[in-house]
Design a protein around this ligand. Structure first.
Ligand code: BV8
Ligand code: ZN
Length: 254
């Protein structure tokens, strides 16, 4: 296990592992979008700092006050629509195009991997850019920030109350996405873990499952997290510096 603070050394080591790998995948969390100025969940400027998770990202909170929860999501939608994919998102998409990484399993709901060009993306916690009817299940893309007088959003088909198409605390993950993710983690011989504290379950255990099947892990994070000490390569610093260096190793221009 090697711990790096220098992104170039870390990227050289990670690139060797990628070249040796047969099935490399990415597992990402809100930290990969932090440099796109989308606040993380538990960091110092975390989203939750202003609110407690149980206060807003739960079915109970939504039942109690759908307008308050929708106002919070409308604010986050404005951040996401105003954000640009980072060089991390872009390099990951280019590595997929070159067949070097096979898929991205993300806990994020911001759609930045897809906007950067990643194709094989599994969204474990849904998408903030999609709404779903609480009655008829109809789903539709959100392409602009809803104005306050449109909130709480209603279903265009049946008029019932709509909700963000994300997974709230206490809700099960979408079965199809979770099954696909389990398959990816069981096939992987290398998992790059980027920008996640790993505290949220059941997603956070997926890299440990891959390791139990012999996969090697690479941890890219600002600070120590749940995966520290069990990875082949650990880089502590901003993910963009790591991916800028990895792009040079891979001979691509992120
Ligand atoms: C479920 C969508 C049951 C919504 C999200 C007690 C113990 C253990 C578990 C539980 C418990 N109590 C409750 C639970 C279960 C709970 C859970 O895990 N809670 C945690 C908090 C303990 N899980 C659930 O409720 C799940 N459902 O269990 O259902 C069930 C089962 C069957 C049938 C019925 C019921 C559902 C969890 C999904 C919740 N939804 N998001 C929305 O976004 O509004 S979770 C939310 O957290 C986001 O998706 C986020 O991605 C995710 C994980 O957090 P991170 O991404 O890791 O973000 P975090 O801020 O923590 O970390 C950021 C990291 O980035 C940091 O490490 C930081 O250092 C790093 N970083 C920052 N900047 C950079 C960087 N790294 C590199 N470069 C940088 N520049
Ligand atoms: Zn409806």
């Amino acid at each position: 296990m090697a711990v790096y603070k220098d992104p170039v050394e870390a990227a050289k080591h990670a690139w060797r592992l990628l070249e040796e790998s047969g099935y490399a995948i990415l597992f990402t969390g809100s930290g990969i979008s932090a440099e796109a100025s989308i606040p993380t969940f538990r960091g110092k400027d975390g989203l939750w700092n202003r609110y407690r998770p149980e206060e807003l990202a739960t079915p109970e909170a939504f039942a109690r006050d759908p307008l308050k929860v929708w106002r919070w999501y409308a604010w986050r939608i404005s951040l996401v629509l105003g954000a640009e994919p980072t060089v991390s998102h872009k390099v990951i998409a280019l590595l997929e195009k070159k067949g070097i990484i096979k898929s991205v399993i993300t806990q994020n709901v911001d759609g930045l991997h897809q906007r950067a060009g990643s194709v094989n993306v599994i969204e474990l916690h849904g998408s903030i850019l999609r709404a779903r009817c609480t009655k008829c299940g109809y789903k539709w893309e959100i392409t602009r920030v809803p104005s306050d007088d449109e909130l709480p959003l209603r279903c265009p088909k049946c008029g019932a109350l709509a909700r963000p198409d994300v997974v709230w605390f206490g809700e099960p993950l979408p079965v199809e996405a979770y099954q696909r993710a389990l398959k990816e983690f069981s096939r992987a011989d290398l998992v790059l873990i980027v920008g996640t504290s790993g505290v949220v379950e059941p997603a956070g255990s997926l890299p440990l499952y891959a390791k139990s099947r012999g996969a090697r892990l690479v941890n890219v994070n600002l600070e120590a997290n749940r995966y520290s000490g069990i990875c082949e390569v650990e880089f502590y610093g901003p993910s963009t510096s790591f991916f800028r260096a990895l792009a040079r190793e891979a001979g691509i221009h992120g």
